[in-house]
Design a binder for this molecule. Structure first.
Ligand SMILES: [Zn+2]
Length: 96
């Protein structure tokens, strides 16, 4: 079994889910992040292997909201500046 595999630094080896288009099998593989499995464990195919996201990337909700808030804030600021410019223009236009 590959379950006990560890990296050189002693950390647990990251696992990846693979799907083989050739034999329609799915299996977990343990290897370093920089590596990629190219041969299907089940059928030996070298062409049909696809790495699937095992843990869907979940955005930090709070972080995301903060970012959106920042965008809104900067947008409001820009809008305000636009309004100020317009006001100034109008003031100038009203001058005789
Ligand atoms: Zn296969």
């Amino acid at each position: 079994m590959l379950l006990e595999l560890k990296t050189i630094t002693g950390e647990a080896m990251p696992k990846y889910l693979y799907h083989c288009d050739n034999c329609q099998e799915r299996f977990l593989a343990y290897h370093l992040m920089s590596e990629r499995l190219e041969v299907c464990e089940k059928c030996g195919s070298k062409s049909g292997l696809r790495k699937l996201p095992l843990f869907p990337v979940r955005l930090n909700k709070n972080k995301k909201e903060k970012k959106v808030g920042e965008i809104v804030k900067s947008h409001i600021k820009e809008t305000k500046e636009e309004v100020e410019k317009e006001k100034e223009k109008m003031r100038k236009d009203y001058r005789p």
